[in-house]
Design a protein around this ligand. Structure first.
Ligand code: SIN
Length: 496
């Protein structure tokens, strides 16, 4: 069945986070017509929730070679060295340019940028905006930087990419009124974020359900490093439920993880203690959690907590945490996917005309464990490189029809069941002997006649079903990748 509602677009961006808006911001000023399709509203993205900041070698003591070393070490040397060097060496100039567009990062009394500390950085390197509101303020600035050449389609879900013979000519979407649409685009950019909602506790926006990765898989994209999922050690956690992030910058400013007896839990675990690489801290917090212990972040050493961390203060107080006691109950939650659609720093994938930027892309910069505050940076720097790449090439979308697949699904699990399975089998600790069990569990949900999570007949699958199907697809792919990597490294921690 051919979709009748066809819209021509030059550049089509799926997603509205920092990567997406960085690409749009540059290209719209060159007069290019850009359509942004977003599943929620433009601020429904992980970027808006990011508290940490942007790491960039701009301080007098710093040098991008040190930033390079820290990024490689945090990534357990699984990173793509060239991509890391591109990121850290271009960062100072691109962040200065961004500041010139009007972006206000926090400064000291002399108007100089302030540099904060986060885990696994060997010196203070992280710039913030509005204390812990960095992501939101960056998104707002990027929205101010776009012009009338950008059209934002809200509450519209991208369903499948239109790909034939290794070439992409757009995407199929469904809007909030249930209308299927087909965008024909010369350039299609995946900027859908990661997979946080595949887990019961996460710092991610509710829209982040692995859609980009699932679409890319169905389109034949090469996917990479899917087993590397970063868990953040400190989500505000009450009665086992997570309610938002408590930034690592809190530990950077002197916050200390303690147990119910007041003992410092990172003592003797790693030389960098509370500022050890994130996977190390998350595993330690999780080990205590599995023993039924409560873990707190002791913030008594931080004097101006409310001013410094307005978002954390708001999250805590709205969930009944009395900050005058200086203790925030915390637990780990899924935070960032280092793996994704294999792409160059310019966003080039193995499908012609299809690009990937931000968390959905795996450019190799993060290796097996991302260095804190390198992801907003990646969105801005690689977003700019992608825009420059598109500017320099001439491409017309090839003319072919989208062939609607025949497969349908009848039964699907509840999202909460997928989340539980993912945490138990492909979470912070992975048990080698149990991995095949989750693969079998996924298998029962494959469409009849298909031995993978193949593309579905979109006329018979609504957006809610498609979202769950994408979660199953992404979960299955992650579990498969985890099963194939036998040794523990970085965020992939395996036991017998
Ligand atoms: C945080 O604020 O702890 C998160 C920073 C990051 O993930 O880069």
């Amino acid at each position: 069945m051919a979709i009748k509602n066809i819209i021509d677009a030059d550049i089509l961006i799926i997603g509205s986070g920092i990567g997406a808006l960085s690409v749009a911001g540059k290209l719209c000023r060159e007069g290019r017509q850009i359509t942004v399709v977003t599943k929620g509203l433009e601020k429904s993205c992980n970027s808006s929730l990011a508290q940490g900041g942007i790491s960039v070698a701009l301080s007098k003591e710093d040098d991008y070679h040190i930033h390079f070393k820290d990024t490689m070490a945090a990534g357990c040397y699984q990173n793509d060295e060239e991509a890391v060097m591109t990121l850290v060496s271009k960062a100072p100039e691109i962040i200065r340019e961004f500041i010139d567009t009007g972006m206000k990062f926090d400064t000291d009394e002399n108007g100089e940028l302030q540099f904060g500390r986060e885990a696994a950085h060997s010196l203070n390197r992280v710039i913030h905006a509005g204390g812990d509101k960095t992501g939101l303020l960056v998104v707002e600035q990027l929205l101010r930087n776009i012009n009338e050449n950008v059209t934002i389609m809200r509450n519209e879900m991208a369903l499948d990419l239109c790909v034939k013979d290794g070439q992409c000519n757009g995407v199929i979407t469904r809007d909030e009124n249930g209308n299927l649409k087909r965008y024909k685009a010369n350039f299609t950019i995946l900027a859908t974020g990661g997979i946080g909602q595949l887990y019961p506790s996460t710092s991610n926006d509710t829209t982040i359900t692995g859609d980009g990765m699932a679409m890319a898989y169905r389109a034949g994209c090469v996917l990479k490093n899917l087993e590397f999922i970063q868990f953040h050690p400190t989500m505000l956690t009450i009665d086992g439920n997570a309610y938002g992030l408590v930034s690592e910058a809190v530990r950077g400013d002197g916050g200390i993880l303690i147990n119910e007896k007041g003992e410092k839990i990172m003592e003797g675990v790693h030389p960098m203690k509370d500022l050890a690489p994130r996977d190390v801290v998350a595993r330690e917090v999780y080990a205590h959690y599995l023993k039924g212990e409560k873990i707190y972040l002791d913030i008594s050493a931080i004097h101006d907590f409310r001013d410094r961390f307005p978002t954390v203060t708001e999250i805590c107080e709205s969930h009944g945490v009395d900050l005058s006691k200086n203790l925030i109950p915390v637990g780990p939650g899924a935070h960032f996917h280092m793996g994704g659609v294999q792409a160059t720093p310019q966003g080039v994938t193995n499908i012609e005309g299809l690009f990937a930027v931000g968390e959905v892309a795996c450019t190799g910069v993060h290796g097996a464990n991302r260095l804190a505050s390198n992801s907003l940076l990646e969105g801005i720097v690689f977003g700019k490189l992608l825009a420059e790449h598109i500017s320099a090439i001439d491409r017309k979308a090839p003319d072919f029809e989208y062939e609607m697949p025949v497969y349908t699904v009848d039964k699907l699990p509840a999202k909460s069941e997928i989340q539980r399975k993912m945490m138990d089998f492909v979470g912070i600790v992975r048990h080698r002997s149990q991995m095949h069990e989750i693969m079998e569990w996924f298998r029962q949900y494959m469409p009849q006649g298909c031995d993978s999570f193949c593309a579905l007949d979109l006329t018979k699958t609504d957006n809610a079903k498609q979202e769950v199907y994408n979660m199953l697809t992404a979960g299955w792919l992650i579990a498969d990748a985890a099963m194939k990597r036998h040794d523990s490294i970085g965020a992939h921690y395996v036991v017998e």
